[in-house]
Design a protein around this ligand. Structure first.
Ligand SMILES: [Zn+2]
Length: 105
C-alpha cells in the first residue's frame, strides 16, 4: 500500500503535517526520523487509523479543506466514529501537495 490522496487519513497527515486533537492538547505520537515523503505520511495516516483517531474532513466557510481531528479519547467521549469513507476527489490541494512532494523527491 502506498500513499492514497483519497484516503482521509493519509490526506490529513499530509495536509496538517502532523495530527493534533482539535479538542485537547493530545498530539499524535508518531516516530520522527526517516525521509519525509509520501510514504512517511502514509505511515502516519494508517497508524492513526489503527489507533482509532477520528479524521473528519470538512469544508471551512471559504471552501478551504479542513480536517477535524480527534484523539481516540475525545472521539470516544463525543461518540464520533473514524471517517472510513473516501475523499471525493474535490480536494485539488491534496493532489497539488502530492505532486510538489514527488517532484522534490
Ligand atoms: Zn483529544
Amino acid at each position: 500500500m502506498a500513499f492514497d490522496s483519497r484516503d482521509p487519513y493519509d490526506a490529513a497527515a499530509l495536509y496538517d503535517m502532523w495530527l493534533n486533537c482539535s479538542r485537547c492538547p493530545t498530539t499524535f505520537d508518531f516516530e520522527p526520523g526517516g525521509d519525509i515523503n509520501l510514504d512517511y505520511y502514509h505511515r502516519i495516516g494508517q497508524q492513526a487509523r489503527r489507533e482509532h483517531w477520528a479524521v473528519l474532513p470538512a469544508s471551512s466557510q471559504g471552501g478551504e479543506l479542513v480536517f477535524n481531528i480527534l484523539c481516540p479519547d475525545c472521539a470516544t467521549r463525543l461518540g464520533v466514529q473514524g471517517f472510513e469513507g473516501r475523499l471525493d476527489g474535490a480536494e485539488p490541494i491534496i493532489d497539488q501537495i502530492c505532486e510538489a512532494m514527488l517532484k522534490a523527491s
